[in-house]
Design a protein around this ligand. Structure first.
Ligand code: GLA
Length: 383
């Protein structure tokens, strides 16, 4: 007969294993491809579920090259999904909030839906008052991308490709775009690599539009999240959220995030820029070391109760911090949860809004024979 002390030992060892390796009881390292339904046009799309060895799981659909979920542990090992999204492809098709999507051909706004390039004027569909937002009516977020998956012992990768035709949504040039999502097997990170090539001069600005709530999606407001942005200037806007062209010093204003501060601390201050954005909806100018060609820290976001922290690193010169001002609780997301006002925020790495109409901003022009390259990393840990 086995003494009762051995039972206790075996039981506690089993309990320790279950508690100490988050998600380990069910989740297996690797990529699982599942059907994600059909678009209204009858195209089948898939969901790629990437599970690493350190408790992180990300799912991505080739509809809109969209991040559907990001599950990461808190400081006790409890895993939650920290991005907003939907359960079905139909909701992504009709949705207007760009949850988790890849944004292109031009992320953010182009004033008057118009720009000039090599002496020609291009007119784009206007989908944001007088302006074009996030690539137009049928941007990259509304397209079905071709997908390829690969994995090795140290990484899991999903590569999505899309060819945007010359004239699509008004933009010149056939643009062949790739978004490569990669998760290391033993670090809680998602790397996003963007690549594009054109056959005619065009403008390109690609980003990912994930909405984060580090307490878990649908789990209250983000106003008590703490944010640091590694840049002391931002691009102030007019009432249509078009940059005036100025790079404004953020110090001693509600836009100063150089030292960690609660998002809600100044969001309701009386400030013209906050009024125009209905909160934060602005582009920060990131600090760059000269000739930096690797991704550098752009922002740090922490949720104090869970300890979950997100570092955003990028090669891009700008970061749009959007505090979820248009969420109003009417839209329901995963599990039919209502997504309330400011219950998530976006940290969109990018070139500055309306760059095609501002010659003093870093250029977004892409020429044939010169590939576009951009990298952003979402790195998670718990404090
Ligand atoms: C961006 C814009 C916001 C808003 C969201 C989507 O972040 O800057 O104004 O349009 O996308 O709702």
């Amino acid at each position: 007969m086995i003494p009762w002390t051995s039972h206790v030992l075996v039981l506690s060892a089993a309990l320790f294993l279950v508690l100490s390796v988050p998600g380990s009881s069910k989740e297996k390292f690797g990529i699982e491809k599942r059907p994600f339904g059909k678009t209204s046009g009858g195209e089948a799309v898939d969901l790629y579920v990437l599970t690493n060895r350190t408790g992180m799981q990300v799912s991505i659909t080739n509809y809109g090259a969209t991040i559907v979920s990001v599950r990461v542990p808190d400081r006790t090992g409890k895993v939650e999904d920290v991005v907003l999204g939907f359960d079905t492809v139909g909701e992504y098709e009709t949705g207007k909030a760009y949850f988790g999507a890849t944004i292109g051909r031009y992320a953010n706004r182009i004033a008057g839906g118009r720009f000039q390039l090599v002496g020609k004027t291009y007119d784009l569909p206007k989908n944001d008052g007088p302006n074009t937002l996030h690539g137009g009516i049928n941007g990259f977020n509304k397209r079905v991308w071709a997908a390829m998956q690969s994995s090795g012992d140290d990484h899991l990768t999903v590569e999505l490709s899309y060819v945007s035709r010359d004239g699509e949504e008004g933009f010149p040039g056939n643009l062949s775009a790739q978004v490569i999502f990669e998760m290391p097997s033993d670090r809680n990170e998602l790397l996003i690599r963007y690549r594009a090539e054109t056959d005619k001069a065009t403008v390109v600005n690609l980003t990912n539009h994930s909405y984060f709530n580090l307490a878990g999606e649908g789990n209250g407001s983000i106003l008590s999240h703490k944010l640091t942005i590694y840049g002391g200037k931002y691009t102030p806007v007019d009432k249509f959220l078009i940059p005036t062209g100025e790079l404004r010093d953020a110090h001693n204003t509600p836009f100063d995030f150089e030292h960690e501060i609660e998002i809600g601390a100044r969001i309701n201050d009386s400030d013209e820029q906050l009024k125009f954005g209905l909160g934060y909806d602005h582009n920060w100018v990131l600090e760059k070391k000269p000739r930096a060609d690797s991704a550098e820290l752009a922002a740090r976001l922490t949720e104090p109760t869970s300890g979950r922290t997100l570092d955003v690193l990028t090669t891009e010169p700008g970061l749009q911090f959007y505090s979820g001002n248009f969420l109003d609780g009417k839209m329901r997301g995963k599990g039919n949860k209502p997504y309330e006002h400011r219950s998530a925020l976006c940290l969109e790495t990018q070139h500055f809004p309306d760059s095609p109409n501002h010659s003093t901003f870093p250029s977004t022009i892409l020429q044939p024979g010169k590939p576009y390259r951009s990298t952003t990393i979402f790195r998670f840990f718990a404090k």
